[in-house]
Ligand binder design. Structure first.
Ligand code: ADP
Length: 721
């Protein structure tokens, strides 16, 4: 039964219709059903009651109560309602609703004027405008219905008078109009507020749907990333394993009885393979730099011809081995470009390695340069396997590899992503053209401001070059030999590494320890100018060692050596309060600079401490503590306010913005903004831990950040959660 009603109510609805249209169609069907039921119910009662009264009063059945006019009117209405349902079923809702409202008004008017005049049936017309409001979206339509139904209501009083004159006088037009209007406005108000909540609901639903879509997309991305990752690691381990095997093999073969020449050949191969491994590790590090935007270009004018020629020479023998015809066609003689030679070289090397890898034996590869739009273009063209059209954009994405027999076991998909970043950092452009199956051309476009053609290659006149890298490296310190040598405690479990460090730091007095525990033992009875420790060690690692030293308030500067390149690792070490860290592999100069600077800084502090009376130092420390307490308690108190800014804190501390920044930096080692950010992140992390069900928005609001995504990105970056 319920199903039958449901099927009648949903006549004419369609999935492609809007929710609101379907709702109005269902309402019209419901109105029809209710009306049909009301007619049938009341007419049946009327018939039964009439019949009973006839039987009781006259004891014969003559159907004298039967009124043909009302029977045919109701019959007409019933048919009209069925027709309306039929029209609705055939998707003509507009006609169906028009017919319904017309039938409603006409039948009520007829009843009040002709069939049963004087029974106040015209009051049913009060329902017309609410019905119209539910069926019509346009306000004007419902007002037309309101006006018509009002006039029809007045008909039995003024136009086709069926009431005694006294009744007519009592009915004030204005009052009646008010009643009609009030009902209309009330229903219209509820309709509006209902619409508003429906819209809000729809918005929420859309949001949930889009969140769901984002989640699904993220899930797919994660799955893809996972697949990429495992593929990447398989290839990577393969690439590292090869040189490792060679190194192991040749090391085993080294024979001290054999001739120097034989051993020299073997050690040359070992060196070469070490270099190869270093290149691989470097490219992984480069990749992590790409993530943290640590690119620092040190541009200098470089002669295009000699720069490319170097690469041609490097690759010549490799191409010859594969019988590939390798040509270099330079049309930009006497041209210099402003590049970071090291980085740009990596980009060109990568393009040439790819050309070598993806071009079969007896193919051809060419480097071609030309002037274009006053800049120059460097093309690396090969007759290799080509790249399918739909994947040409994707190859510049990290870890992306076109699936083929070569990439199954070779490469990692980093090269082109890195190349693109290098080219982008230079403000140059890289493009690829390829014909699948017959070759590829990568073009690097170097725009005019970075090109100086026709001048002497040593000229740097048109370029404004600032080469900070070189200046800092050439300024590598050479520690002066002193009788009273500075001392360093080297903590590393790797014996070879300790030996190497001792050799590099031969100007210093070195004491060695194998791990953190041994270092702590030595430090009980000795003091040093610097502690240089590895991060990962057995027994006691660098992190624990540093923590213990800091607990003991040991002020000796500490440098940490690490193989970790990620921001996370860097931050967690810096947070321990160390003076610096060096990533392995590091350059000798880099180590020497760091050691020298740290010791110099430490000496300054010691001298300052010695020069000042203990009370002065105590006062200074007390001042720093007070300042720290004041500023941090203010930050913590106002952390939920987005208005917590450097200016607000400067106001509170009654200092200027620049003084505040200077003081905070010198006393707390951070900028004010960093301090605020740190406090916000820390609080957000604590809130998360305290209440895992708190919504992201709540947490963001509690720490005064309006952009939830930003906060959670930062949290992830900072704590990796
Ligand atoms: P890798 O070479 O380590 O796989 P790259 O990032 O250098 O990674 O290249 C990404 C992908 O682009 C390669 O896997 C390869 O499918 C495609 N590709 C790059 N250069 C060429 C080329 N010259 N010819 C054909 N395909 C190429």
């Amino acid at each position: 039964m319920k199903k039958k009603y449901e099927s009648v109510i949903s006549l004419g609805t369609q999935a492609r219709y809007s929710i609101s249209l379907n709702k109005r169609i269902r309402l019209l069907n419901t109105f029809c059903l209710i009306w049909i039921h009301l007619i049938l119910f009341f007419y049946s009662i009327e018939m039964i009651v009439g019949l009973l009264l006839e039987v009781i009063k006259e004891r014969v059945i003559r159907f004298s109560f039967f009124d043909a006019t009302s029977f045919f009117t109701l019959f007409f209405i019933l048919n009209a309602l069925l027709i309306i349902l039929f029209i609705n079923k055939h998707h003509h809702f507009k006609w169906a609703r028009l017919l319904f409202i017309s039938v409603f008004m006409i039948s009520n008017t007829l009843e009040s004027l002709v069939m049963t005049p004087g029974h106040y049936l015209e009051y049913y017309l009060l329902l017309s405008s609410p019905i119209a409001l539910t069926l019509f979206t346009k306000k004007s339509s419902s007002y037309i219905v309101l006006a018509v139904s009002f006039l029809l209501f007045l008909a039995p009083y003024y136009f086709y008078v069926v009431y005694p004159i006294a009744y007519v006088d009592r009915l004030l037009v204005l009052e009646t109009l008010c009643v009609f209007l009030v009902i209309h406005l009330l229903v219209s108000y509820f309709k509006e507020s209902n619409l508003k909540s429906e819209k809000l609901l729809a918005l929420e639903r859309d949001k949930v749907l889009s969140d769901k879509m984002i989640l699904e997309e993220q899930e797919a991305e994660l799955r893809e990333l996972n697949a990429f990752k495992s593929h990447f690691f398989v290839n990577l381990s393969h690439e590292i394993r090869t040189p490792l095997t060679l190194i192991q093999g040749y090391t085993n073969q080294l024979d001290f009885k054999a001739s120097d020449k034989e051993n020299q050949q073997k050690t040359a191969i070992i060196k070469e393979q070490c270099l190869q491994m270093q290149t691989i590790i470097n490219s992984i590090m480069d990749l992590s730099k790409m993530d943290s935007n640590e690119f620092q270009l040190h541009r200098m004018p470089v002669d295009v011809h000699s720069f490319l020629e170097k690469h041609v020479i490097n690759f010549q023998s490799l191409f010859v081995k594969k019988n590939i015809d390798f040509t270099f066609n330079n049309n930009t003689l006497k041209t210099t470009i402003l590049i970071d030679e090291d980085l740009f070289s990596k980009a060109i090397t990568n393009l040439l390695s790819n050309a070598l890898k993806f071009t079969p034996n007896h193919g051809s590869v060419a480097i071609h340069t030309s002037f274009k739009n006053e800049g120059i273009t460097i093309n690396v063209i090969d007759s290799g396997i080509g790249i399918p059209k739909e994947e040409r954009e994707a190859i510049f994405k990290r870890f992306y590899q076109v699936k083929n027999d070569i990439t199954k076991s070779q490469g990692s998909g980093i090269g082109l992503a890195f190349t693109k970043s290098i080219i982008g950092a230079h403000q140059f452009a890289i493009a690829v053209e390829s014909s699948f199956g017959s070759g590829t051309c990568f073009s690097i476009s170097i725009p005019k401001p970075f090109v100086n053609s026709g001048t002497n290659t040593t000229s740097v006149a048109p370029f404004d070059v600032i080469d900070d890298a070189n200046t800092s490296l050439t300024a590598a310190p050479k520690p002066s030999l002193k009788t009273n040598r500075q001392s360093i405690l080297v903590v590393d479990d790797h014996e070879q590494m300790r030996k190497y460090l001792t050799k590099v730091l031969h100007h210093y007095e070195i004491t060695e320890a194998e791990n953190g525990k041994e270092a702590l033992e030595i430090l009980k009875t000795n003091s040093f100018d610097l502690i240089l420790t590895d991060y990962m060690m057995p027994v006691m690692d660098g992190e624990t060692l540093v923590k213990q030293l800091k607990q003991q308030q040991d002020k000796t500067p500490i440098l940490v050596l690490t193989a970790r390149t990620d921001q996370q690792g860097k931050l967690s070490m810096l947070r321990l309060g160390i003076d610096g860290y060096l990533q392995k592999p590091f350059m000798e100069e880099e180590l020497l600079i760091n050691v020298k600077n740290s010791i110099a800084l430490y000496r300054n502090i010691v001298e300052f401490d010695n020069a000042n009376a203990p009370e002065v130092l105590q006062n200074l420390n007390a001042y720093a503590d007070k300042f720290n307490l004041k500023i941090t308690s203010y930050i913590n108190k106002n952390i939920n306010s987005p208005l917590l800014t450097v200016d607000a804190i400067a106001d509170y501390m009654k200092v200027s913005r620049s003084t505040l920044n200077r003081k905070v930096k010198s006393l707390l080692g951070q900028t004010v903004n960093q301090l605020i950010q740190e406090a916000r992140l820390e609080k957000a992390r604590n809130l998360r831990a305290e209440d895992p069900f708190a919504s992201k928005k709540q947490i963001a609001e509690a720490v005064g950040i309006t952009n939830t995504t930003y906060l959670f990105d930062k949290l992830k970056e900072r704590y990796g959660v």
